[in-house]
Design a protein around this ligand. Structure first.
Ligand SMILES: CC(C)(COP(=O)(O)OP(=O)(O)OC[C@H]1O[C@@H](n2cnc3c(N)ncnc32)[C@H](O)[C@@H]1OP(=O)(O)O)[C@@H](O)C(=O)NCCC(=O)NCCS
Length: 200
């Protein structure tokens, strides 16, 4: 019962934040505009590259909630108080691990490993990827997302999936570099993807 209440509360908060994000235009609630990508297997993952000096990759803890929320605020919407990072990532039942890259011990990049077996059985779902703008372009997005993929492999996932948006071209390039390919959720997305890839 306690678990059920916790899940209901979490789902209510997720929806409230979604509506907040939608009102500032940070996300689209139109499912047909959401882009879906899949990495067909996790067999041939590249090794994690070395990070530049003073950067470090590690698993996040609840103590990182505020810093993670600050990163996500720069990338998505102002509605990222620390408790959202706890509810949606660090304390969430469906998020198995959140990775961060720190610069001089301060978190500046993040990506999470989520499992949604009812929707994507056997797959890992790459969740809430972001690099603080001051640190972009240093392969940190690549490293932190690749860490998620290695984790999926470690826990026995068959493949990896993610959702993104057409406006997020740097992210689409990053995911393509990591071996993700577009998958059409609706037939109309074939054209949408063709336009996106022409710009990427
Ligand atoms: C997407 C994001 C995480 C990339 O992080 P990053 O650390 O700057 O990216 P990296 O340096 O690891 O780059 C890896 C690859 O991503 C692509 N990429 C990154 N930035 C790019 C840009 N501005 N334009 C085009 N491609 C880009 C490139 O393919 C790059 O490989 P290359 O450097 O060999 O060309 C970052 O731009 C970000 O936080 N964006 C806002 C949040 C977001 O859109 N998250 C994803 C939502 S689905």
């Amino acid at each position: 019962m306690h678990r059920w209440i916790k899940l209901q509360r979490q789902s209510l908060l997720v929806n409230i934040f979604r509506i907040c994000d939608f009102t500032v235009g940070a996300i689209s609630l139109d499912q047909k505009k959401k882009l879906f990508m899949r990495r067909a297997n996790l067999d041939d993952l590249p090794a994690l590259p070395h990070l530049p000096k003073d950067y470090e990759l590690r698993v996040a803890t609840v103590h990182d909630a505020k810093a993670i929320a600050e990163i996500l605020k720069t990338a998505y919407s102002p509605f990222w108080p620390a408790f959202r990072a706890r509810y949606i990532l660090l304390d969430a039942e469906d998020v198995k691990r959140t990775f961060i890259v720190t610069f001089n011990n301060k978190p500046i990049a993040t990506a999470s490993a989520r499992l949604v077996p009812k929707l994507y059985p056997g797959s890992g779902y790459v969740h809430w990827v972001a690099v603080h703008p001051d640190h972009q372009g240093k392969r940190l997005g690549y490293v932190v997302s690749l860490a998620v993929l290695h984790f999926f492999k470690e826990i026995g996932c068959r493949d990896a999936v993610l959702e993104t948006e057409q406006s997020r071209l740097p992210a689409i390039n990053l995911y393509t570099k990591l071996g993700f390919l577009p998958e059409y959720v609706y037939p109309s997305q074939k054209e949408l993807w063709a336009n996106v890839l022409a710009k990427a």
